[in-house]
Design a protein. Sequence first.
Length: 308
Amino acid sequence: MVRHFLKDDDITPAEQAEILDLAIALKKDPYREKVFAGPKTVAVIFDKTSTRTRVSFAVGIADLGGVPLIMDSGTSQLGGKESVADTARVLDRQVAQIVWRTYAQAGLEEMAKHSRVPVINSLSDSWHPCQLLADLMTIKEHFGHTDGVKIAYVGDAANNMGNSYLVACAMAGMHVSIAAPKGYQPDPQVVQRAKEIAKQFGTSIEIHERPEDAIRHSHVVATDTWVSMGMEKEKQKRIKVFSDYTVTKRLLDLADPSVIFLHCLPAYRGYEVAADVIDGPRSFIWEEAENRLHAQKALMVWLERHKK
């Protein structure tokens, strides 16, 4: 049975740890794995604009001995004249893996259902699991471990980042604390799933309204843009709703003295984060951005090894 990576808990906590260890090893020795030697081709499909995802997957596939086939829905038949299922049947006869950055999670699930090669969610409206592998790698590099580390996520938690932080960090044995205004808090089902996972590790999942309550004593503070792609018409409303959720130096000072700041980027200084935080000494955003490359390479290697 082919393994896919459509959401954070499509792998087990032990498998997540294995991928993170491999990512750290590949960062030290970038060209040791050649699972796409041939070269094999990997399809990388974009329905949304991208910088980090496009660069990191293209470079990573090449590092692994393969060729990235960059596609977009606007210049292919996908989602227009051809169904997702038929596209999967065409691609899996010619490529080693399929990476898709899209809107609906249902599309990814349909692709995986009909694909005989691994399908990777490089972002959907529901989950952003590749980003979390990079974040967890950054945390593990800095602290030497993830177990027992507390992360606070501040801002819009009713989105893919809120979902993935809850589940992936719980899987890594971390305490997770979310701060979001009413109406923008995470899906209760996702919170319940995170609590079920956290119970295995004796860690906590907390949902707050006040950022101060979430950030206090945290080792990691993360945020995301208030206006994601497709929400541009809500910009002014969202700026008003989230005005008290900017990660400032004052807020960051409530965290543990060892705190690091993360942001999946792109960032809007003066909105979700103050410039003196994101550009300050406690910010690890550039390490985090680079680690998309190493974490995704490790994921692709792992999926190739687990083909049956």
